[in-house]
Write a protein that binds this ligand. Structure first.
Ligand code: GDD
Ligand code: MN
Length: 378
């Protein structure tokens, strides 16, 4: 054995990485580590917290703990949000053969982890899922709205994933690294539902086992499952449905564009047809109003994960308007020209809109929301 080989074998890496996405969980992380340490005795493990720059300074807390304990690691992401993408990045940062994902708020039952690992090691399985809906599992005390939402989402997901999973919305599972690597390029990485994403992105079905657990009360802090989660759930389904043809952002942009079109025609109708202003004026004002509406809607829906807020919402609007100014000029120019040449007013407006939409999408993706490439999935 030469020196290098000796060096390589001196500090072996953990067998199990527990990936924990977190956002504003400062009160929970220490307790989670304590419970993991207790549950995982005898297993060579580590925990990887993936924090999206939480305002409550979760990442600083994790960094402090990581400095005291080498089993604790931190990925601190800035300018991004997203539970699924956090899980994916956490898993990709590990070289362990077994990868678990669980929430930071202690709602998932960490004592199930050893059993999950035993099942993965002893049976022909790709993934073991913690389920609230098999015998012995449960959701604890949920309000009716939350329970209804969960049931509804579970039904749609089962349809999409075509699996027998009882709990496709579960955020608690352990997967073999190889099984993940075979599918990771096809993942959407959108939203909350990483497990659903994994199952829906598999050309070869995942061999799975479900183990029951009781979904506990949150230890501290608040749930982030809000309207954003709903929205992202929609984006994920959209991506699974049409994402192999077009990037989901583009589809969302076009849908928002559809709303902008309605706004555009409403203003144009009001100014040009009903109050007798010139077509040029009507089209110019309609373009401006539609542009602002589109900006706000895209910022909320299409670019939810990199949403511009506060001061940046304003500067973003400026850059959007500035960049789209060229698009708008082309829009007004081309549509007016067509209109002057006796083209029908609706067709004239549509041609202007079509040209400016493509321009708007391509240029604002890069300059306003600064996503790395317009083809990149959120
Ligand atoms: N990094 C990161 N970024 N983490 C996030 C984000 C985010 O944008 N949003 C939420 N998280 C973290 C939370 O801090 C928590 O650790 C975990 O993801 C789950 O978020 P909760 O807000 O606690 O969600 P929940 O309890 O309502 O729903 C959970 O349980 C459901 C049932 O298993 C989630 O795991 C759902 O995916 C799951 O369906
Ligand atoms: Mn939770």
């Amino acid at each position: 054995m030469n020196n290098q080989d000796t060096a390589l074998s001196l500090a072996p890496a953990p067998l199990l990485s527990v990936v924990v996405p977190c956002y504003n969980e400062v009160e929970n992380v220490e307790e989670l580590i304590r419970r993991l340490a207790k549950a995982l005795q005898g297993i060579f493990w580590e925990v990887i917290f993936v924090d999206d720059d939480s305002p409550d300074k979760t990442s600083q807390k994790v960094a402090d703990l990581a400095f005291q304990d080498a089993r604790v690691r931190l990925i601190h992401r800035i300018g991004r949000r997203g539970l699924s993408s956090a899980c994916v990045e956490g898993m990709l940062s590990s070289s362990a053969p077994y990868l678990a994902v669980m929430d930071a708020d202690l709602q998932h039952d960490e004592t199930l982890l050893p059993e999950m690992m035993t099942a993965l090691r002893s049976q022909q399985l790709d993934i073991v899922v913690g389920s609230r809906y098999v015998d012995g599992g449960g959701v604890g005390c949920w309000d009716t709205k939350r329970a209804a939402y969960s049931r509804f989402a579970t039904q749609i997901s089962r349809y999409f994933t075509q699996t027998e999973l009882t709990d496709p919305m579960s955020g608690f599972f352990m997967i073999q690294r190889d099984a993940l690597m075979q599918r990771v390029h096809r993942l959407s990485g959108v939203g909350f539902k990483i497990l659903l994403d994994l199952f829906a992105s598999s050309s070869t079905p995942l061999r799975f086992l479900e183990l029951p657990y009781i979904f506990k009360e949150r230890y501290a802090g608040e749930s982030k499952l809000d309207n954003r989660a709903f929205l992202e759930f929609g984006m994920l389904l959209l991506d699974k449905w049409i994402g192999h043809l077009l990037p989901v952002r583009f589809v969302a942009f076009i849908l928002v564009g559809g709303v902008g079109l309605l706004v555009h025609f409403f203003v144009l109708l009001l100014l040009f047809r009903l109050t007798g202003n010139s077509f040029m004026l009507g089209q110019t004002v309609a373009t401006l109003v539609a542009m602002t509406t589109n900006y706000l809607l895209n910022n909320f829906f299409t670019y939810n994960d990199v949403q511009l807020k506060g001061w940046k919402l304003l500067t973003g609007w400026f850059s959007f308007t500035l960049v789209c100014g060229i698009g708008a000029a082309a829009n007004v120019g081309i549509s007016s020209l067509l209109f002057q040449r006796q083209t029908n007013w609706i067709l004239s407006a549509l041609a202007g809109i079509a040209i400016s939409s493509v321009w708007n999408y391509a240029v604002t993706a890069v300059y306003t929301w600064r996503v790395p490439s317009i083809g990149t999935k959120p």
